[in-house]
Design a protein. Structure first.
Length: 526
């Protein structure tokens, strides 16, 4: 039926139908929900026929194609889908809601199984295989009570009347499309013939553009040109929204920050795909470079598997920008011959053995990263720098050591952490910026009697425990608080005493909060 659907577009063309059984046809006992099923389950034998010259083209359900395609195989056309929905087939025309409890419903999709059970926890989902007629036969002979099948498959077979209802499930984006494949050296005549029905000719293109570290002047000339030509721009938090106002394209925010995502990655993928198949010129604008900690390859794979053209325009990664804008080299003769870019918010901090380490998105893990590096053998005096808002007017550098950062809780984001001897080159010439914190140890009256304080890291100036209730006015308390870079809470009672004295407005002046001898969670919110 699929061959007839394609070839009816070319009534003038004579063709020979070579029937080839795929592995899936030969092994109908294997459920597609079996994790051992390979991606070329339905295409392997047809690919061999193309590569061996026994056939000129092969026709597949587009969603059955493996990604990536085998070497030497390409898609020369993709047909329009008439219906992307799924239908329910039952013996007596009952809908899903009308099926009795514990009805047996057949499907070959693990996703469809999950969606079924979300609607009807009381039904039994049965893995099923075979062609459409064989599956419907299992409904008619009572082996199963109902079947989920692609609506377009029923229509192709003239069985549309068997559908009791269309189901409200999101289906595969290529459901109902047919893909025509050929060997890479297929003749121009054949490729030109089938290109007449190729819907991809009306598709747009998606370009992943690296915005750079934040300063709009650091975007590439090519990136600017593509933004000017775009119909739709999907942007995130690390790009400059006001800068984008100059472009005529529709702007769609899809930002993802720590624990706060506007869209799931799967949803972003589908939005990009939908815009592209509408014929739009689509830009996926990413902070830094699209291929450095930015889900770039995930989006590329999704779009290419949906047969959408993708291009990537490089951007200046924030780690590269940091080196230039702080003048801290990532490598240096006689000092650092290797560098590693590391994801900073991993559940377990990674500690590569490179001379220079650059941690991205590590703001909430500063102390854990420092601790892990010390345990891995790095020395406490190893220099490190924290750099926030790279390339922006608000850029700020804090120079420190692993020994000091082991006790730090850093809240500013986005932040990059650079660790290694190369940091010493710049910190030595900027002594006034070296992180040499003054630490306040506030206390409650009872804490004074019971606590012993052992925070004596070299370079720290520690104020002995003091109660601050005798400071007369809020302004005086604020001025006193501004003297300190860190506050160490040694017990829950010190936290409560502190909160009774300082308001939230006053507390915001704390640049960092250090913790020692406590896991009390309230310190995270002060």
């Amino acid at each position: 039926m699929q061959v007839e659907e394609v070839m009816r577009h070319f009534p003038q063309v004579a063709y020979e139908l070579i029937k080839t059984e795929s592995f899936g046809d030969k092994h109908k006992e294997v459920s597609l929900m079996d994790k051992s099923v390979t991606t070329d389950f339905f295409t392997r034998e047809l690919d061999s026929a193309l590569l061996e010259g026994r056939a000129d083209i092969a026709i597949h359900s587009a969603k059955d194609l493996p990604y990536p395609l085998p070497t030497g195989i390409k898609v020369i056309a993709l047909t329009e889908s008439t219906d992307k929905s799924d239908s329910l087939v039952t013996r007596n025309g009952k809908t899903l809601a009308e099926l009795p409890a514990h009805s047996r419903v057949g499907t070959s999709s693990a996703l469809r199984k999950a969606e079924l059970l979300a609607l009807r926890r009381d039904i039994d989902v049965i893995p099923i295989s075979g062609n459409i007629e064989e599956r419907i036969a299992q409904v008619d002979n009572g082996s199963i009570d109902a079947l989920i099948v692609a609506s377009c498959a029923l229509e192709r077979l003239g069985l549309g009347h068997r559908a009791s209802e269309r189901l409200p499930f999101a289906t595969h984006p290529l459901q109902g499309n047919l893909a025509i494949t050929a060997s890479s050296d297929v003749s121009d005549e054949i490729e030109s013939l089938f290109s007449q029905i190729d819907i991809r000719k009306s598709y747009g293109k998606v370009t992943l553009v690296g915005f750079g570290p934040g300063d709009p002047e650091l975007i590439t000339v090519k990136g600017m040109r593509i933004l000017e030509q775009a119909d739709a721009i999907f942007y995130d938090d690390l790009t400059n929204a006001s800068f984008l106002m100059q472009f005529k394209a529709e702007k769609i925010y899809v930002g993802k920050r720590s624990k706060k995502h506007s869209h799931a990655q799967d949803e972003i993928n589908r939005l990009l795909h939908s815009a592209a198949i509408r014929g739009e010129r689509v830009v996926r604008l990413k902070g830094g470079d699209a291929m450095v900690f930015a889900h770039g390859r995930e989006e590329i794979d999704y779009l290419k598997s949906m047969m959408v053209e993708v291009e990537v325009v490089p951007g200046i990664s924030s780690g590269i920008a940091l080196a230039s804008l702080t003048q801290i080299p990532l490598t240096h003769r006689g000092m650092a011959r290797s560098v590693a870019f590391v994801l900073g918010h991993s559940a377990k901090p990674q500690t590569p053995e490179a001379d220079t380490l650059l941690y991205y998105m590590g703001g909430e893990k500063v102390s854990e990263i420092a601790d892990a590096l010390l345990k891995a053998g790095r020395k406490a005096e190893t220099p490190a720098a924290l750099v926030t808002n790279v390339s922006l007017p608000e850029q700020r550098e804090i120079f420190s050591t692993l020994g000091e950062l082991r006790y730090a809780v850093f809240r500013a984001t986005p932040v990059l952490i650079i660790v290694g001897e190369v940091v010493r080159l710049e910190s030595r010439s900027h002594h006034q910026r070296v992180y040499n914190p003054k630490i306040l140890l506030p206390s409650s009256d009872d804490a004074l009697k019971s606590q012993s304080y052992e925070l004596r890291t070299p370079g720290h100036e520690v104020t002995e425990p003091t109660a601050f209730r005798n400071i007369p006015t809020p302004d005086a308390r604020k001025q006193d608080l501004d003297k300190y870079d860190k506050v160490v809470f040694t017990s829950p009672s010190t936290v409560e005493a502190f909160r009774s004295i300082y308001t939230d407005e006053e507390s915001r002046h704390l640049l960092m909060i250090a913790k020692e001898k406590t896991t009390y969670e309230t310190i995270q919110t002060i």
